[in-house]
Write a protein that binds this ligand. Structure first.
Ligand SMILES: [Zn+2]
Length: 316
């Protein structure tokens, strides 16, 4: 069975895994990104793990998921906000010079989208929208069974769709992006601002999980915050669904996976903003690959393209 290496680069940690076509993870390593040490420091560690892996496994190629924006054709990390020291870094060249294997660089949300699609739904669906709601909101688009990445790996950046032009300022510099209205960070901020406005006591340690606990106790302010955010999220999702007409919407990320109430509210509201034929046709599922989706999806970007190079474990 074919196997590929998936690398998931994040602002705090990097995960590397050997992933088989059936989704089985044969080996997995994780270490801190240490952004302040710069990209060469992290890449040296990546290369050392890759050397170890390639001594033990037959590998079809290396897929790398990394926060965008990226230039996938040149293999360059452009300007991800949480990888400041990596801006303009020729990541693929560095790894390519050490190993003669196919290498593919893709946006981290796209990698997670493709991981969810490839390992759970590739036999059943061809047109899929994946959206993750956690501290931020990201997404990925599968068209005809292939990942649609856009010009700078930026397709599916639904978190930065402006929903409320006079809304809160976003990390991207715009106002009222979906991410500022319906992500875990947004829910927490909006809730605390409203509590302060009403002269109520705010514990600085509260986060969006506490908000959902209050809502489950039918606290009216908490309920109204979630109610509004779920409406904004449904509205944002509807724009993309209306444009792409997917068969399947996969919702993932800590806020959706951890909070069934939020998932249900969004699912109930979506039909309000969709053409009937789109909403009747659409299946909605929760993501199932968990925190490994990005790493597995990066590997899947290779597995889906390479036809016949082996991947049988050798000695482990
Ligand atoms: Zn934004």
């Amino acid at each position: 069975m074919k196997a590929a290496i998936g690398i998931d680069i994040g602002g705090t940690k990097i995960a590397i895994g050997v992933v088989q076509e059936d989704g089985n993870v044969l080996a997995k390593f994780e270490f801190p990104t240490e952004v302040e040490m710069g990209p060469d420091f992290a890449t040296e560690q990546i290369i050392s793990y890759l050397t170890e892996i390639l001594n033990k496994f037959l590998i079809s190629g290396i897929g790398i998921g990394c926060p965008g924006p990226l230039d996938p054709r040149r293999g360059v990390v452009l300007s991800p906000p949480n990888l400041k020291s990596w801006h303009g870094y020729l990541l693929v060249d560095k790894i390519d010079s050490a190993f003669q294997l196919p290498i593919r660089l893709l946006n981290d949300a796209d990698a997670a989208a493709f991981g969810e699609y490839f390992f759970t739904y590739r036999e059943t669906y061809k047109h899929v929208l994946y959206v993750t709601v956690s501290t931020g909101i990201g997404g990925g688009i599968i068209i005809n069974g292939s990942l649609y990445e856009g010009a700078l790996s930026g397709a599916g950046e639904i978190g930065h769709s402006v929903i409320l032009p006079d809304g809160p300022i976003c990390g991207c510099g715009k106002y009222g992006c979906l991410e500022t209205l319906a992500s875990g960070t947004a829910l927490n901020n909006i809730w605390k601002q409203r509590l302060i406005k009403e002269g109520k006591l705010v514990d600085p340690n509260w986060n969006s999980k506490d908000l959902f606990v209050k809502a489950s106790e039918n606290e009216p302010l908490a309920l109204s915050v979630i109610e509004e955010a779920s409406t904004q999220l449904a509205l944002g999702l509807s724009q993309v669904i209306q444009t792409l007409n997917p068969e399947l919407l996969i919702l993932g990320g800590g806020v959706i996976i951890g909070q069934q109430a939020y998932f249900e509210m969004v699912r109930e509201k979506l039909p309000n903003y969709l053409l009937d034929q789109h909403s009747q046709f659409l299946k909605i599922e929760k993501a199932s690959q968990g925190s490994l989706a990005g790493m597995k999806g990066a590997a899947a970007s290779i597995l889906s393209e390479v036809k016949d190079i082996g991947g049988i474990p050798n000695g482990i």
